[in-house]
Design a protein. Structure first.
Length: 132
């Protein structure tokens, strides 16, 4: 998958237009940094990246902002744009995802693997009825 920050954020952070990010590999330094951020395992981060629709509200989504900040931080690190996690600021609603991660919020049915990522195009995207 690839993250795309808003044009203003890309300019301010000095990063490329797209930030490739895959969570199926992790260096020891990345793992240690994620643990300091409160993510004991990469699986814990993946689980917290799942976006859920708030019951009774078609337009509101529940998301773990710290997890999404960690994902953006990790993508920036891998792109050579070192940022301090605690000071990292970006336009959350300007964040876009390209590639495989263009999925609906994860289906929490037993026996199904959670979706990677979680956002379709932005946190305010309304899911379409009957989509999988």
């Amino acid at each position: 998958m690839q993250l795309v920050l808003s044009p203003k954020d890309r300019e301010r952070l000095g990063c490329p237009e797209t930030l490739p990010i895959e969570l199926d590999r992790l260096t020891n330094r990345e793992a240690m940094a994620l643990q300091r951020m409160g993510f004991r395992t990469i699986r814990a981060l993946q689980k917290r990246l799942e976006v859920k629709q708030v019951e009774g509200d078609d337009l509101d989504m529940e998301m773990d902002y710290a997890a999404w900040t960690a994902l953006v931080w990790l993508a920036l690190q891998r792109a050579g744009c070192e940022q301090d996690f605690e000071g990292l600021d970006f336009d959350l609603f300007g964040l876009r995802i390209k590639g495989e991660a263009e999925v609906e919020p994860a289906d929490e049915s037993p026996g199904k693997a959670p979706a990677r990522g979680g956002l379709k195009t932005s946190p305010k995207t309304k899911p379409t009825p009957g989509s999988t």
